[in-house]
Design a protein around this ligand. Structure first.
Ligand SMILES: Cc1cc2nc3c(=O)[nH]c(=O)nc-3n(C[C@H](O)[C@H](O)[C@H](O)COP(=O)(O)O)c2cc1C
Ligand SMILES: [Mn+2]
Length: 479
């Protein structure tokens, strides 16, 4: 595998994106609705640029926000330390192979960090100096954390959890942190402190480097730290520095750090949300959320906030569907042979698997395994190996020409979804239902008569790229 030099921090990553020609600088936008709107429209463009906002309305010049940081395949590959020029499915495969070989790398402690350039404590703490967008019209308020990392130490075993949970601003020294459910490591750790009648020390890191951003939403086992996973993505330990107030190790490359305590919910809560979700809908009204009292704020000069708001699908936080790589690995582990690719579309609400059919029932076997691991996806499609699963137009061509609905669609009921699912009825939600049904669509040529299936007249992928290589300059728009 080709190793690439890694960016040192978010700033270096943004420079690399700029060198790829994908960075757009935007001045004068309003954090209230405008940044969210511009981010969503930009993410819908074919080249999906990365946006760096400066001179925000009501804020000091230099206090910046970056969005769409890793939302296309090229930038996602760059963040993972892969060749950004790989084709989508090849990039996903390269990540799957890299991920399978990763070994945790413990962080190393350093004495100094750029975020110590500016420190505010006690009465001087005011987090409203940082621009925090109201992303969608009906959101309950400004959210400074939409891709920020929440850092806590397990009080029993001492390991550090560093994951992404959203952070809403409620006042100069008050924010809330949201856990989707009690199984989140942050929720488990906080509860341990609260059950002892203590508040939970925590740090929130904004403007982390993209390897930490990726680690922040990986499902890792209890006791394994996202820091070690980020180090293994980088191929070098990440540097951490003790935060002055709490002593928590925080990444030295951070742009902004909040330190403080998460107060027991029996003592105080504030209304958290609503917040537009990655489905493109709201999932709940405002609910009581745990409050962080901020004791100290540190930041680099001219800090940059990495923001990753949920947007209407197919816009997603990350340009490569990393969970599809997991499904692909699961198919391999389950012994389903000849899988040539997997992809998730519509922000992971649809899974596609491609394979070279070997026997009758092979496609259905793959569909069942993929369905079992497809969180919230209502549609699972299996296609032949001549179809690129990352290309939705190709996939739908297969669905509309190789699948006979009366024979090739099955429904699996009571399968894995979540409370974010907009199509679970209010009554069912009231009763705690979080499952839905999944349609398994076999869009492969029917195994029994695949040799008699009409021959495709379309170019193969190889033929198409040969044409592109030879004639592409003539047929593409002139820029
Ligand atoms: C941009 C982004 C925002 C997220 N926001 C939340 C959130 O507000 N609450 C939550 O519980 N999970 C959120 N998640 C999902 C968790 O970060 C993810 O499930 C993570 O693996 C949880 O880590 P844990 O196992 O250490 O709890 C978010 C993920 C991403 C990528
Ligand atoms: Mn964790």
């Amino acid at each position: 595998m080709q190793l690439r030099p890694m960016y040192r921090d978010l700033r270096e990553f943004i420079d690399l994106v700029d060198q790829l020609g994908s960075l757009r600088r935007i001045e004068g936008a309003d954090p209230r609705f405008e940044i969210g709107g511009i981010t969503e429209v930009a993410a819908g463009l074919p080249d999906c640029p990365c946006l760096l906002f400066d001179s925000l309305k009501g804020h000091r010049r230099g206090f910046r926000i970056v969005t769409n940081t890793t939302t296309n395949v090229q930038r996602a590959a760059l963040a993972l330390g892969l060749d950004p020029m790989l084709r989508p499915l090849d990039a996903l495969k390269a990540w799957m192979e890299k991920r399978q070989a990763l070994r945790p790398l413990a962080p190393i402690l350093v004495e100094d960090a750029a975020f110590l350039q500016n420190t505010l404590v006690g009465q001087d703490v005011d987090v409203t100096q940082f621009p925090a967008p109201v992303w969608h019209r009906q959101d309950g308020g400004p959210f400074i954390g939409s891709g920020s990392i929440v850092i806590m130490r397990d009080p029993d075993h001492g390991w550090i959890n560093a994951s992404i949970y959203r952070v809403q601003v409620h006042g100069p020294e008050k924010v809330t942190v949201q856990f989707d459910h009690g199984g989140r490591h942050g929720a488990i750790i906080a509860k341990k402190y609260w059950d002892r009648g203590e508040s939970c020390p925590l740090a929130i890191v904004h403007g982390e480097d993209p390897a930490l951003f990726i680690a922040g939403f990986e499902y890792l086992a209890d006791g394994s730290s996202e820091y070690e996973f980020a180090g293994s993505i980088r191929g070098a330990p990440i540097e951490v520095c003790r935060a002055p107030k709490t002593g928590l190790p925080v990444p030295a490359s951070a742009e902004i750090v909040f330190e403080g305590r998460l107060l027991p919910m029996s003592q105080i809560t504030l209304p958290e949300g609503p917040f537009g979700e990655f489905t493109g809908y709201y999932a709940a009204a405002a609910r009581p959320g745990p409050v962080m009292e901020i004791a100290a704020v540190h930041h680099r000069d001219d800090p940059i906030l990495l923001a990753s708001p949920p947007m209407k699908p197919p816009r997603f936080h990350f340009g490569l569907p990393l969970r599809a790589a997991t499904i692909w690995s699961n198919l391999q582990a389950a012994g389903v042979a000849e899988v040539t690719g997997a992809w998730q579309h519509v922000s992971q609400l649809m899974t596609v698997v491609a394979l070279r059919q070997r026997y009758d029932g092979h496609a259905k076997r793959a569909a069942l395994v993929a369905a079992a691991h497809s969180y919230m996806a209502r549609i699972i499609v299996v296609v032949d190996d001549d179809i690129d699963p990352s290309n939705l137009a190709d996939v739908m061509w297969a669905v509309t020409t190789r699948c006979e609905p009366s024979e090739n669609i099955d429904i699996v009921r009571n399968a894995w979804s979540s409370a974010l699912d907009p199509r679970i009825s209010p009554d069912d939600k009231e009763r705690g239902v979080t499952s839905h049904s999944k349609a398994l669509i076999d869009a492969c040529r029917p195994f029994g008569w695949r040799d008699k299936f009409p021959r495709a007249s379309a170019l193969s992928a190889e033929e198409a790229s040969e044409v592109e290589r030879k004639w592409g300059a003539f047929i593409r728009p002139r820029s």
